[in-house]
Structures are given as C-alpha cells and as structure tokens.
Design a protein around this ligand. Structure first.
Ligand SMILES: C[S@@+](CC[C@H](N)C(=O)[O-])C[C@H]1O[C@@H](n2cnc3c(N)ncnc32)[C@H](O)[C@@H]1O
Length: 291
C-alpha cells in the first residue's frame, strides 16, 4: 500500500442509471466486480432493505478505502481481493453484477502509482501491486515494432511508429514525465499543442498492457453471466471504444443473456458538468434469460 491514507472519490458515474438498470430488489445479492472507493456499492446497499453485496477489486488500496466507506453495513458486505477474471463466480447466485471498468480517479491522482504524466513518478501503472510487470518493463524491454503495435492497437495512436522509434532511441526511461516529454518531442507541433496531451494515448495503451485489461474483460464477459440468477441483470460501464466494443459483443453473443440497452446509456450534461469523468462513460445492461 502507498504511505498516505488512500483518498478515493465517492462520486460514482451514472448513479441513477446503474441502480435502475440493476433493478435492485429487497433481500437481493449483488456483485460489485470493481468496488473502487465503494461509491456504487453504497448506492446498491441503500437502494433496498437487506441487500447483501460481494465487493471485488484487485487493488489493495481500493479495498482498504471500500472497507472504510462501507463499514456501517457490517457483514452484509464481503470483500474479495481478486482480478475479476480470476474470481470464482458461484453459479446462479447474484441478482445483479456491476463492473465499472478501468482505473479510478484515485489511481490517476496518486502520483506514486505512475498512471499520470502530470507528476514525476516511477513508470509503474500496476493496479494489482502483487504482479511484477510494470510500465517501465514494457517501455524499456519491448522491441520497436512491438511498442508501435501496442500504441496503435491499445491507444489508437496514429503516430505509433514515430513515437516508438523515439522511445527506443532515448530509453531507458524511469519516470512518467521523462516518457511524456520524449513522446511530446517526437510528434509534430500541431499535435503537441492539440486538445489532448500527445502522451495520453500511449499512456492508455501502456496501462491496458500492464494490467492485461482487455483479456481480463473478455474472461469476465465469458464467466459472469452464469453467476446471475434467471432474470438477474449485468451492468457494465466502459470508458473507451476498445472496452465498449468488447462489452457490446460479449453481452450480445452470450447465449445466457438478453441485451436491454440497444444503445449505450451515457451521462447527461448536468452529470458531466458535475463529474467530468462521466463524459466518456458508456453503460450497457443485459438480463439473464429465464430458461
Ligand atoms: C472506476 S473504478 C471503480 C469505482 C467505483 N465504482 C466507485 O463507485 O467507487 C475501477 C476499479 O476497478 C478496479 N479494477 C479494474 N480492473 C479490474 C479487474 N480486472 N479486476 C478487479 N478489479 C479491477 C480498479 O482497481 C479500480 O479500483
């Protein structure tokens, strides 16, 4: 764990939409596969009487924060530290399952976790600090073609080859800011002073690779539906197109599910003004078929 007390934001995205989508019912048992700071879990626990909740997260800091946030619910909440892909889903047990994907604002705002180029920190980016692979390993050990492929596929970065070439020339890199500066210096000025920082896409790509995020999501989409009771709902919030594509197809192709959202649910202008993180959120919901 990091030295400071973990500070998680408790502002869950699409709050009413998630609770309505899960159709939370009294006495129900819910799985929050990404408990984070416990924001959505609290809403679920407060939505109806006698709710039980299983709260999963792979990040130790997140579980510490969630245990504190949800302490008042006592043994109605069970905490599990696990990647949601490795979680042993009990068969036909949950009335609803929620996954709010990706990193939390805590990850981005805690410099020493190495997710953000706004502060100098070791190139880390592990959500589960028990794993050994870090972003520094990916950047310093991958060959040029491999790096370009990662930036293109997972960051949808058009200048992937050019950036990979500069990184290989200038490495080794130890800190987030050193890497961000090298990326900025490798792209044309127009791109350098654009709407988003030129390192944004590369940092997204690295985070996805370090945490094997897309593979974990695929496994989750395969395993989770059988853990729902008939009529139980699964709600998944994604934050970029690579995730949303997997969610859309995973829900649609599951023989156990009926999709309830033809188009993803997105945040209202009012929510975006209050919680900018909700801008890119897409919520999809499906229901386990009765037979
Ligand atoms: C966006 S935050 C969740 C915020 C939470 N819904 C709230 O309201 O406070 C995502 C959380 O999911 C966790 N996470 C991401 N991928 C995971 C995975 N594959 N397995 C388990 N936890 C994961 C992260 O560690 C992070 O704490």
């Amino acid at each position: 764990m990091t030295n400071q007390e973990p500070i998680f934001s408790h502002l869950p995205v699409l709050p009413q939409e998630v609770i309505a989508g899960l159709a939370v019912r009294p006495g129900g048992h819910y799985l929050d596969a990404t408990v984070g700071g416990g924001g959505h879990s609290r809403l679920i626990l407060e939505a109806a009487p006698d709710i039980k909740l299983t709260a999963v997260d792979q990040d130790e800091d997140a579980l510490t924060a969630a245990q504190k946030e949800l302490g008042e619910f006592g043994d109605r909440v069970k905490f599990v530290r696990s990647n949601f892909a490795a979680y042993e889903f009990p068969s036909a047990s949950f009335d609803g399952i929620l996954a709010d994907l990706g990193v939390s604002s805590y990850h981005l705002d805690t410099p020493e976790r190495g997710f953000s180029f706004r502060h100098a920190a070791d190139l880390d980016m592990r959500m589960d600090q028990r794993q050994t692979l870090t972003a520094a390993d990916v950047i310093n050990d991958g060959d040029e073609a491999e790096l370009a492929k990662i930036f293109f596929e997972y960051g949808e970065e058009r200048l992937s080859r050019r950036i990979a070439r500069r990184i290989v020339e200038k490495r080794p890199f130890h800190t987030t800011t050193e890497l961000a500066e090298a990326i900025a210096s490798s792209v044309p000025p127009k791109y350098r002073y654009g709407r988003i920082h030129p390192a944004t896409r590369v940092f997204q790509a690295l985070r996805i690779v370090v945490n094997d995020e897309l593979k974990s999501l695929e496994t989750f989409l395969e395993k989770a539906p059988q853990a729902l009771v008939p009529g139980g709902k699964i709600a998944i919030i994604s934050f970029h197109s690579l995730e949303d594509r997997l969610v859309k197809h995973g829900l649609r192709n599951s023989p156990l599910l009926k999709v309830l959202t033809k188009k993803p649910i997105t945040a209202t202008e009012a929510e975006i003004a209050n919680n900018p993180r909700s801008r890119s959120a897409k919520l999809r919901i499906a229901e386990r078929s009765i037979c």
